[in-house]
Design a protein around this ligand. Structure first.
Ligand SMILES: C[S@@+](CC[C@H](N)C(=O)[O-])C[C@H]1O[C@@H](n2cnc3c(N)ncnc32)[C@H](O)[C@@H]1O
Length: 263
């Protein structure tokens, strides 16, 4: 009979979405994974209160990043996931929002697959849908806009050579949701205007959406960048552009007044 202790079994990695910030916007499945995890690697935008679901024995490792400043390079995060799983541990890789929406979840899943590590993806509520909803902005509406486009504003960082098709975006009858857009907001707006987007299209910037620090700024497209810069908005924030933003006048329902810097 084999000695069970000598049988080396691999653990599993759960790449899970933590939701956009409100601690209650996590799925039951992700919560259950946190409860049984032996190791959790978590990001900057994960609400730290979620870690209270973990057992006292669980090893908690912060691997987050702020803007372009990676605390731990991606290849090292991949290596950690592989190493813990090879030790037979159940690992949760907890990411803000949804792991497959601008979350590098696919890169990590591919690294796990290449190394024969079993994994599951647990979707989360992405900030690009949830933060507008908390600001009273539905990203689609049957009578005004039946399309939503999620765009990485970070891609616009190499301003002369960004790979965004601005002329297509400008003419699309779609709500445009730019993630990671604050540092490039002038460039984003000027490209859309230069490619024919109407200057009086309504736009919103939502900072720390779904948290008590949520701030919302609404203006016409040709004014939004200056207002955001004047108010010194800091990440995380989304830029939402389109007719649906007008509905915030009637539908804004989450109006926290407990403002401070960090969400
Ligand atoms: C690296 S992306 C990760 C997105 C995440 N995977 C998701 O699905 O929400 C980080 C960006 O998401 C946006 N973001 C995340 N949480 C946010 C929040 N609570 N309020 C506003 N924007 C948020 C910001 O644009 C931020 O720069």
């Amino acid at each position: 009979m084999k000695n069970r202790e000598n049988i080396c079994t691999k653990g599993k990695v759960f790449i899970a979405g933590a939701g956009p910030g409100d601690v209650k916007l996590i799925t039951i499945k992700a919560k259950e994974c946190l409860e049984m995890a032996q190791v959790v690697l978590y990001d900057n935008l994960v609400n730290p209160d979620l870690l209270t679901y973990c057992s006292p024995q669980c090893e908690l490792i912060f691997v987050g990043k702020k803007s372009n400043n990676h605390l731990i390079p991606q290849h090292e995060i991949n290596a950690l996931l592989i190493s813990f799983a090879n030790q037979g541990k159940n690992v949760v890789r907890l990411k803000g929002g949804d792991p497959f929406v601008f979350g590098r979840g696919a890169e990590e899943a591919l690294a796990l697959k290449e190394n024969g590590i079993p994994f599951e993806i647990i979707p989360g509520i992405t900030a690009g849908i949830a933060a507008p909803a908390y600001a009273g902005i539905p990203v689609t509406h049957r009578h005004s806009c039946s399309m939503v486009t999620l765009i990485s504003g970070h891609k616009a960082v190499h301003k002369q050579h960004d790979d965004i098709n601005w002329s297509a975006l400008a003419i699309l009858n779609s709500t445009l949701v730019f993630y990671m857009s604050l540092s490039n907001i002038r460039h984003i707006v000027s490209q859309l205007l230069a490619n024919g987007k109407s200057a009086n299209t309504t736009a919103a910037v939502i900072r720390c959406g779904t948290t008590l620090q949520q701030q919302v700024l609404i203006a016409e497209l040709d004014n939004i960048a200056e207002l955001v810069l004047a108010r010194n908005f800091q990440p995380p924030a989304l830029l939402v552009i389109g007719q649906v933003v007008d509905l915030a006048n009637e539908l804004a329902w989450f109006l926290p007044d407990n403002l401070n810097e960090n969400c």
